[in-house]
Unconditional design. Sequence first.
Lengths: 157, 157
Amino acid sequence: MDPCSMNLDQIDYKILKELQDDARISHQELSDKVGLSASPCARRIRKLEAEGYITGYGAQIEEAKMGFGFSVFVSVRLDQQVDGRLVEFEKEVRLCPEIVECWLMTGSFDYLLRLSVESLDDFERFLTRRLTKIPGVASIESSVPIRRVKHQPARIR
Amino acid sequence: MDPCSMNLDQIDYKILKELQDDARISHQELSDKVGLSASPCARRIRKLEAEGYITGYGAQIEEAKMGFGFSVFVSVRLDQQVDGRLVEFEKEVRLCPEIVECWLMTGSFDYLLRLSVESLDDFERFLTRRLTKIPGVASIESSVPIRRVKHQPARIR
DNA sequence: GATGAAACCTTCACCCC
DNA sequence: GGGGTGAAGGTTTCATC
């Protein structure tokens, strides 16, 4: 399952946690926090990147400030569970900027989406003009969140 | 709604997009991409940070490599919708490392959680020993995803 | 918005345990 | 094998235009 697994120690986990919180921390400051000097600290980071533990570094953008403060969860069921339908649907999903997250689910074989839109009006427009027009979409169920209580990008041991 | 809104132009949006993809890009390279020189580019970044458009920078960690490659969505309904119950539940949520995401939902007034666990066994343990033990939890419904089709941290105009 | 100098950070070869 | 040191090169920052 894990072709290139190396054994991480407590220092590695600490480095990952610190970098998850602040990707722009300097090697020097980071090395102080984890109890190492800058050079071996940098070496460990490079190794974590090369082995795929760290996949990238991203700026966290405030969606609400972008004008997309309104999220909606949408469950979508397709009328046929054939592979072609899934491929076609997923292709459309990737093209919609409103869909910020999409999961293929077991069970009733449908998709869970999170949309990021400006308003309820905006959501309705997207629903009627775009989502329902995708071939194979059989039924749609929406849930509106009040607020995000917790959000942790990834769990670290 | 937006106390400190400044008008962003196309260059600002481009800067945000580039930084979302690669927070560690140098000001020099970024300035080339957006058609500016390094110094005004850095000024814009500082402004975007100060005004709250950029809330931070984070390393992206591969959960699967951490041993938590298994996600489960869980819908939780509480037996009472009184404020105290919500506060208590949310306090527990923040303490559980397995819960990586939590939304308070409208409608049936419950929570949508995403768990990050090692395995189905691990999930069952968490469910029976911890989640069902939280006071006020009336019912739980789980959905297991097959894979994440799309994941965009935040939508940018 | 651009330039250039000072301060800072990253990187690498090298040494040590 | 992994950790420390120091010098070279690159990057950020700031005053200035």
